[in-house]
Design a protein. Structure first.
Length: 250
């Protein structure tokens, strides 16, 4: 594919700014995973991947247990995954993923963000065709892992792209990881391979990559677009924001 590497390299996907937001996002996704596949991790690969991510983020055990309980306790909310589509100013397409127990509240908030920034919330299908849906896993890089050999092993399982990256935390500690992108349908097969070969999984989930040329804007135009992106990302119901905006050069 190649595009996933370039997109991730340029965009340098934003990490959630602080632990509270990380835990909120993961908690909702865990609740939805349990609701869809049950609380038994043996038969729920999505839940296993989320628990691995929760451990890597040092999410407290009580937070995880609370998220699992929400899947069966109707008094604690019924989270659903929703996708909103729209256009920001200057023709930039936005695809917004959310996990919410109140669609009325969330759609009203998302619509207001677009309106405040000169954009508009669209109908289902208005921009989703501009993005391809992939599964993505991040595993810890070790000296024993040969990237070329791993690539050959995963090709028949639906691999689209694989590459190494280095992340630096707030204390300047470096962690080398391997990013594995596959077709949306190959999630289970790739996760099974990772687990059977005892690779240390950092996270596993899904991501949308633009399949159109990213648009360039002026610095002045980018200010308004950044405002819209920040408003969306700061909403506690929003889990991911994808756009067709070309990242600013560093």
């Amino acid at each position: 594919m190649g595009r996933a590497f370039e997109f991730r390299k340029e965009r340098k996907l934003k990490r959630w700014g602080h632990m509270a937001r990380v835990f909120t996002k993961l908690g909702k996704e865990i609740t939805i995973a349990v609701k869809n596949g049950g609380p038994d991790v043996t038969g729920n690969p999505r839940l296993r991947a989320l628990l691995a991510e929760a451990r890597s983020e040092q999410m407290p055990k009580e937070n995880i247990e609370r998220a699992i309980k929400k899947a069966t306790d109707k008094t604690l909310g019924d989270f659903k995954e929703l996708v909103y589509e729209g256009y920001g100013p200057h023709g930039i397409a936005y695809l917004v993923e959310a996990a919410t127990d109140n669609n009325t509240r969330t759609v009203a908030n998302v619509r207001s963000y677009f309106s405040k920034c000169g954009g508009s919330l669209g109908t289902s299908g208005s921009v989703s065709f501009m993005f391809d849906h992939y599964c993505v896993f991040r595993i810890k890089k070790t000296d024993e892992i040969d990237l070329e050999s791993l690539e050959l092993e995963l090709i028949d399982l639906g691999l689209e792209d694989i590459f190494e990256e280095t992340e630096v935390d707030e204390d300047d500690n470096e962690t080398k990881t391997i990013c594995i992108y596959g077709s949306y349908e190959s999630y289970g097969a790739i996760q099974k391979y990772i687990e059977e070969n005892n690779f240390e999984m950092i996270s596993g989930g899904f991501e949308r990559i633009p399949n159109v040329d990213l648009k360039e804007v002026t610095p002045e135009q980018r200010v308004g677009l950044d405002k819209l992106t920040n408003l969306l990302e700061d909403d506690e119901d929003v889990t991911h924001v994808y756009t067709t905006l070309k990242p600013a050069e560093e």
